[in-house]
Design a protein around this ligand. Structure first.
Ligand code: ARG
Length: 464
């Protein structure tokens, strides 16, 4: 095994099992592009401050760009002897540009370097995920626009409660994703801070210019405390927390889609392009996408938990434990991106709402019972009294095998003299939904307003 970068202080080579155990190159190669960008900014700063010559900086930058090209073309594949992406790049740079390469690490430590890399990486991923959230919101909004007047049973305790506009139901998810989008914007702000120049832990003796590198890398600010700068992973935890909430929302939506696709509900039909068959039961069409999303949710929660536990006992400043942050973060990112991508396709082109079934299902239950009570309450009967009367009506209807709409006016009047012919209109599903016209309610007028508001929310996204 070739000599380690730090090996002059050591008498013997690293045990190969330990070398393998210690190495992060297997996964942190993912940071290569960001490591190079950070190094280019650092090299520019070194020459800007006169710590190295312009010519040396130029050699470093040309070499670093060359390595990026080699990587993109698939020719840069460092093995575990490189230990990590930072050493791998530095070693290759020295091969390419000779002694100048050995100057790159002046006034820098891998500790502030790796902190810079993961922030640059995460910044980009946050932007991509926010775009994906926008994409999914748009698909939900499209369905909502087409389904203001489509009705769906609304549930509490998974018991039929009150009928809803299907658009209202879908817009609930739109709003969850809106908060996710906003939350990630906050996480972005705290990710977008430069630790570069914090050194190993205490800063550096060289006359560096941290503002210069921060602005080169388009960071919004820089850490004011070097110890904090090299050991902070709050932003990664916050990201995994925001991601966990995205996954909660996707998982709840998944659960509903799975239920709705069942024969029992039959509210949606999955199209062939987004579902799979069974190897033994020829009649089946399985909702694999939402099931996988629901399943993958646990991974992201796990990474959040893992990162919290990773951090809780660490003394300042850098500890090797922190190397463990990457796989959690990378897998968290991939999982959220994969799930958002698949859910967007599923909702855009992989399912259709069974409108007839949805419309008939709101007409076959007792979910208009509250409206009977409201009807009496509007006519002066105290609500609790009205509620008890309707309870009785439900009981007698059930016993007679009837729905409320099938009671005769005589039967209604026997229950309370205030019932009139207009009770039938009041309990028709269309009216039951329309009547819930309080702000934020499912009334069609409210839902149309909510769609307008949602469009404005999407526009806001484009300006920030
Ligand atoms: N591969 C290391 C990591 O990911 C880089 C930082 C190493 N720093 C050190 N002091 N050993 O955390």
């Amino acid at each position: 095994m070739p000599k380690q970068t730090w090996s002059d202080r050591f008498e013997s080579a690293l045990n190969p099992i330990i070398a393998e155990f210690n190495a992060s190159i297997g996964f942190d190669i993912e940071l290569l592009e960001y490591d190079i960008r950070g190094s280019i900014a650092h090299a520019k700063m070194l020459s800007h401050t006169g710590i190295i010559s312009k010519d040396e900086a130029l050699q470093l930058i040309t070499g670093l760009e060359q390595i990026l090209l080699e990587y993109q073309e698939g020719h840069f594949n460092p093995g575990i002897e490189a230990e990590d992406v930072h050493f791998a790049v530095e070693r290759r740079l020295t091969e390419l540009v000779g002694d100048a390469g050995k100057k790159l690490h002046t006034a820098r430590s891998r500790n502030d370097q790796v902190g810079t890399d993961i922030r640059l990486y995460l910044r980009d991923r946050i932007e991509e995920i926010r775009e994906q959230l926008r994409g999914l919101q748009q698909v939900l909004l499209k369905h909502a626009e087409k389904n203001v007047e489509t009705m769906i049973p609304g549930y509490t305790h998974l018991q039929r409660a009150q009928p809803l506009s299907l658009a209202h139901h879908l817009l609930a998810y739109f709003q969850m994703l809106q908060r996710d989008w906003e939350r990630l914007g906050e996480v972005y702000k705290r990710t977008n801070i430069s630790p570069l120049g914090c050194g190993a832990l205490a800063g550096t003796t060289f006359p560096i210019d941290r503002h210069y590198t921060a602005s080169e890398l388009e960071f919004g600010g820089l850490y004011g405390n070097s110890l904090d700068g090299v050991s902070d992973r709050d932003f990664a935890i916050e990201f995994l927390c925001a991601s966990s909430l995205i996954m909660v929302h996707l998982s709840r939506l998944s659960e509903e889609l799975i239920l709705w696709a069942s024969q029992e509900f039959n509210f949606i039909t999955l199209k062939d392009n987004c579902s799979t068959g069974s190897s033994i039961m020829p009649q089946k069409k399985n909702p694999d996408v939402p099931e996988l999303v629901r399943g993958k949710t646990g991974r992201v929660f796990g990474h959040l938990q893992g990162m919290l536990v990773l951090m809780k006992g660490l003394p300042l400043a850098y500890n090797k434990d922190l190397q463990e942050d990457k796989e959690a973060l990378f897998d968290g990112v991939k999982t959220v991106q994969g799930c958002l991508g698949a859910m967007t396709v599923l909702l855009r082109e992989g399912l259709e709402f069974n409108r007839d079934r949805l419309m008939s299902s709101v007409d076959e239950d007792f979910s208009n019972a509250t409206d009977v009570a409201d009807y009496l309450a509007t006519k002066g009967v105290p609500f609790r009294e009205a509620y008890n009367l309707v309870g009785k009506a439900v009981k007698t209807s059930l016993a007679a095998g009837k729905l409320l709409k099938e009671l005769t006016l005589e039967e209604w009047k026997a229950l309370h003299p205030k019932f009139e012919e207009d009770i039938y209109q009041a309990i028709a599903p269309q009216q039951v939904v329309a009547a819930r016209n309080s702000y934020g309610g499912t009334g069609f007028e409210q839902v149309r307003n909510a769609i307008k508001e949602a469009k404005v929310q999407l526009l806001e996204g484009h300006s920030t």
